[in-house]
Design a protein around this ligand. Sequence first.
Ligand code: INI
Length: 155
Amino acid sequence: MKVIEGLMAAPEANVAIVVARFNSFINDSLVGGALDVLKRQGQVAEDNITLVKVPGAMEMPLVCKKLAKSGKYDAIVALGCVIRGGTYHFDLVANENTKGMSSVMMEFEVPVAFGVLTTENIEQAIERAGTKAGNKGAEAALSALEMINVLQQLD
Ligand code: INI
């Protein structure tokens, strides 16, 4: 049986992190978790990590598309947080964000790790940004590292 699976170290990789400014108090913790994983587990060189800040989750797919299209990055880690409010706005932003980023991944064959929280309230967001439910930024970075290595083996 042939098994293809990714290691977590990717010392030669170039990785972009795209982060939304909206809900930045949550997103900053997601970035911290992602950087920690990329550097300590992935052994990705600091110089090979690019951080791009965008206004909100709605703008993330376009920037992910430009980065993927450039051919410069082995993976993109998308970090943000959409918190439900009193209106339908949450669904629009969350749906467009998810749809847009998954279409970038399929079109350009560059993994876009999904570290965008979609929560009912601020408490749920805090729980997932480095407290009792872990750090979804760190988890997204881990999946980016694994995908870089899986895709390398498939190429
Ligand atoms: N952007 C987010 O990243 N999270 C949110 O929770 C959010 N809400 O709820 O409004 C949000 N809105 C801004 C949106 O992403 C765009 O930046 C804005 O509409 C300008 O295009």
